[in-house]
Design a protein around this ligand. Structure first.
Ligand code: ZN
Length: 311
């Protein structure tokens, strides 16, 4: 494995993976069948957006034997080959069958991926594969028909593409880039909140990158739109897969060149400058106005914590 110890990305949730993807093997026609036939193959089962998991006192297992996955109702026609562990054991993700017999659900639970952010018993190195599988299965579910001609599509390349049965157009899984930025100015940083947030939580501004735009320009546009602040230099810091359904969060530091906030009132209901002392109190949940920060593991919190540590 390459040395990733200097990369801030690896300290975000969904970033760690126990798997080597070996993407070069996916175009072998029998890659998926061989992986499924491996005597130790591990199978991750999803029902909709929920991953099926088995809990013990100390662990949360998100993979099963192929036989157990079959009992749970796995649909191997829609399987995805996720990669191999360092012991050469393949991991495969499958959705449950949407028709047929009721699957047997005993001794397992179904978890949304946001719940995994606060799940202490799941191995962090299993978070990346779960996130990738969730994004890919969601993409397959929504791309059963060709965007070019409307005919049905079928999975190919061990679940990493779909091909149209009629015009043979190839369709690739989407990743949607989202910028998330900590805007700083004279020792303060800019945080905002949307109406849907839990009361008191403030976080970094964020927004989708638009077609024809660089990450840096996306940061500048988004901050201007939402907070009326002009931004100069933009510097990349870390990224995070965000499987809701398939974003890539691109975390940046951005230097403001203006100070007066004009909240757009649509995306944000409030936005303000916070001092380092404010942030330290928010970390401890001791802010006098009851303000607090996103949980550890989020890229927003990574940007804030690393900025505080730089002081
Ligand atoms: Zn087509």
């Amino acid at each position: 494995m390459p040395d990733r110890s200097h990369e801030a990305s690896r300290f975000t949730a969904f970033a760690e993976s126990c798997l080597d993807r070996r993407a070069e093997l996916r175009d072998r026609p029998d890659a998926l069948a061989e992986a499924l036939a491996h005597p130790e193959a591990r199978v991750m089962v999803f029902t909709g957006d929920l991953v099926v998991a088995k809990r013990t006192d100390t662990t949360l297992e998100v993979t099963f034997t192929r036989r157990r996955a079959d009992e749970l109702g796995s649909d191997e026609a829609e399987a995805i080959l996720l990669g191999w562990t360092d012991r050469d054991v393949p991991w495969i993700a499958v959705p449950v069958r949407r028709d047929g017999d009721e699957p047997t659900w005993i001794g397992v639970e179904m978890l949304g991926l946001r719940a995994l952010l606060v799940e202490p018993t799941l191995d962090p190195a299993h978070m990346g594969p779960v996130a990738g599988a969730r994004s890919l299965l969601d993409w397959h579910r929504r791309h059963g028909f060709c965007a070019q001609c409307g005919a049905p599509t079928r999975p190919k390349h061990a679940g990493w593409r779909r091909t149209c049965k009629s015009c043979e157009a190839e369709h690739f899984p989407r990743v949607d880039p989202v910028t998330i930025m900590l805007v700083t100015h004279r020792g303060h940083c800019l945080l905002g909140r949307q109406p849907r947030f839990a009361p008191g939580m403030y976080t970094c501004l964020a927004g989708f990158v638009e077609p024809g735009e660089t990450v840096e320009d996306g940061v500048r546009r988004e901050v201007r739109e939402e907070a009326g602040i002009r931004v100069g230099a933009v510097r990349y810091h870390a990224s995070q897969p965000w499987p809701f359904p398939s974003s890539l969060m691109i975390g940046c530091y951005a230097e403001a060149t203006s100070q007066d906030i004009v909240v757009d009132g649509e995306e944000l209901e409030d936005c303000r400058w916070f001092s380092r002392d404010d942030l330290a109190r928010m970390v401890e949940k001791e802010h006098p106005e009851g303000f607090w920060l996103p949980i550890a593991g989020t890229l927003s919190r990574r940007l804030i914590d690393d900025w505080l540590a730089q002081s």
